[in-house]
Structures are given as structure tokens and as C-alpha cells.
Ligand binder design. Structure first.
Ligand code: PMV
Length: 326
């Protein structure tokens, strides 16, 4: 059911696609410029149901086909000339939190549209989901979309094990590989501060264009490479150290936020390592808890005003839901 090689099969309407969210452990922002990234799919999901209808709508909104950037882009690229569709999206992934809500929506919808048009294999689903997200957002890497398509732990342009696919972009290509899940519990906490991924990515691009940009980018690459190796070796202490090091670099490029720093500070007594996750400038942090102190950590984060989630890696990537109406 969830093997990477599994294609999304040809399926008549009505049907539904489901995709997990994601959590970036190392390398956000730098990945946009070709550096390595480590990401895992999380066990919070978005489900997108698709059926024929009298006109295009998303969650009963008939204007969404023109106004919702991801919906509009998906329809233009993946459903040209197709019949009107009624689409319903439900999600447990907080929006704009750096936890992959847009990647999950794009991938679940592209999978559903692909199934209705004869099926789509996983590398093509990963490429099409990236094309839709990037088309709607204007900037970004395929890290989020490839992770939610594949499920589990993934590296982009990093070491790791089995090669899954390459994603083609306008300025560069990215290689996507699988890494084994070390089986740890992770905690993420949403700061509640809204932000725009596109704006944060553009601001970091400006920062990395300064004279010390290449050295900073090389440092991002070093930390992600060290972190990926440590995770593959099951070395919690070294992973935690790389998280702290990665957070310093994210501060340097200006995407931390006082609320994120407050959450990181609150987490410290119960954390081995912690950093922001996703675009930053608001959004969420990810914490590797001290073993056995997960509950204490969640309490500390909630007391500090965060919305904590204990997350487990989702082995399953994007898939069709067999009983869309249930
Ligand atoms: O905050 P999110 O979930 O949109 O993640 C963005 C991750 C970046 O590396 C900042 C951008 C990207 O597309 O990789």
C-alpha cells in the first residue's frame, strides 16, 4: 500500500487523496539554493475529496478556482479542459505553521486528479506536486512535496540510502533519497505567529547574495550533512548538536522570531536539541526531547504559549483513500 514504487492507480470519481504534513530537521532555506535537507512526514494529514459537480468549487466556495492560488494552479496544470469538480479539503495540519499544509494539499489534490485521469506514478506525482506548489508560491524547493509524496524520512541533495527520484526545477535539479527512521519521538510546537513562506524565502535569498553568502551556504551544507550522518548512525546527541548549530545559522540569516526564541528557551530543560522548522519568521519549532521527558516538554511549551504536538513519522506518503465518503 505504501511502498514508494506504488503508483496512484486509475480510479473513477468520486475519490479522495490523503497526504501527511512534514517536519524539516535540517537544511530549510539552504535547500532552495541546492544545499542538503533532512525532512520527515508527520502523522497529521490533509484529505482532499473530489467529485463531479455543477461548477468548480473548493469547500463550497465557487470563487476558489480563481482566487485560491494552489487550487487554481492545480486545476490549470493537472485538469485542463476537464469537467467541473466539487472539491472538499479537511486537514489536521495547522496552516502557515511550517508543517507542510500547502504541500499536503497540493499532493493530495494532484494524486486525486491524477487517479481520475488514468493514474500517476510516484516520481511523476512528486514532480507535479512541486510544480503546483512552486507555481502558486513563486519560490521554493521540492523538499516538502517530495516528503509528503514519499512518507518517512527523506534527504534532498544529501547522502542517505535508496534514491527515489530527481525533481527538475527551472534553476536546478534536486535528488531525493530515503533515510531510515531512527524510531524517535519528536515534538513540534506552533508559535501561532503567521508568516509567508514566499517572503521568508526571498529575504533569505537577499541575505545569501551578500559577500559572505557562499560561506554561509557552505556552513548550512556542513551542518545538514553532519546531522544526516548522525541520524543515520542513531546518534541522538550529535543530531541534537546539529539542530542547535542549524538554529544559529537560521538566526544569522534572519528567520528566527522572538516567539520562536521564547519557545526554544522554554523547551531547553526537557530538550536534547531544538530549532525552528520550516520557513521561520513565525511558524513552528521542532524539538528532540530528552528521553522520557516528552510530557514535561509538552507542558513547558504549552505554558510558554505554544501549540505543541507529539509527532511520529508517517510511514505512509500520499495515497488514495479507499472510502472517501466514510
Ligand atoms: O514553512 P514551510 O512549511 O513553507 O517550509 C518552507 C521550507 C523552505 O526551505 C523555507 C522553503 C522550501 O521550499 O524548501
Amino acid at each position: 500500500m505504501n511502498a514508494i514504487e506504488d503508483a496512484i492507480p486509475s480510479t473513477p470519481l468520486p475519490l479522495a487523496g490523503r497526504a501527511p504534513g512534514k517536519c524539516i530537521v535540517f537544511g530549510e532555506h539552504a535547500v532552495v539554493h541546492g544545499a542538503p535537507e533532512l525532512v520527515f512526514a508527520i502523522d497529521l494529514y490533509t484529505q482532499v475529496g473530489v467529485r463531479s459537480g455543477p461548477r468548480f468549487s473548493l469547500n463550497a466556495d465557487p470563487h476558489a478556482a480563481e482566487e485560491h492560488p494552489y487550487f487554481r494552479t492545480a486545476l490549470a496544470r493537472r485538469w485542463p479542459g476537464g469537467e467541473p469538480l466539487e472539491v472538499r479539503s479537511t486537514s489536521r495540519i495547522p496552516r502557515g505553521a511550517g508543517l507542510g499544509s500547502s504541500a499536503a494539499f497540493c499532493s493530495a489534490l494532484v494524486a486525486a486528479l491524477g487517479a481520475a485521469r488514468g493514474g500517476i506514478d510516484r516520481p511523476a506525482l512528486a514532480q507535479a506536486s512541486y510544480d503546483v506548489e512552486k507555481g502558486a508560491q513563486g519560490v521554493g524547493s521540492p523538499g516538502d512535496t517530495s516528503t509528503v509524496v514519499a512518507g518517512g524520512f527523506i534527504t534532498i541533495n544529501g547522502g542517505g540510502g535508496e534514491r527515489l527520484w530527481s525533481i527538475h526545477g527551472s534553476e536546478r535539479d534536486w535528488e531525493v533519497r530515503r533515510v531510515d527512521d531512527p524510531g524517535w519521538i519528536w515534538v513540534v510546537a506552533h508559535s501561532g505567529i503567521p508568516r509567508s513562506t514566499g517572503d521568508a524565502v526571498r529575504e533569505v535569498g537577499v541575505r545569501l547574495a551578500k559577500p559572505d553568502g557562499p560561506e554561509l551556504l557552505a556552513e548550512f551544507a556542513r551542518v545538514a550533512t553532519a546531522g544526516i550522518r548522525a541520524l543515520e548512525a542513531g546518534d541522538r546527541k550529535a543530531v541534537a548538536e546539529s539542530m542547535v548549530w542549524n538554529q544559529e545559522l537560521l538566526r544569522t540569516v534572519g528567520v528566527s522570531h522572538p516567539r520562536l526564541e521564547a519557545l526554544l528557551e522554554a523547551a531547553r530543560p526537557a530538550a536534547e536539541g531544538a530549532k525552528l522548522t520550516g520557513a521561520g519568521a513565525g511558524g513552528s519549532i521542532v524539538v528532540l526531547p530528552r528521553e522520557g521527558q516528552e510530557v514535561d516538554l509538552v507542558r513547558r511549551l504549552a505554558r510558554a504559549g505554544g501549540l505543541p504536538f507529539v509527532v511520529r513519522p508517517s510511514v505512509q506518503g500520499t495515497a488514495l483513500v479507499t472510502e472517501p465518503d466514510s
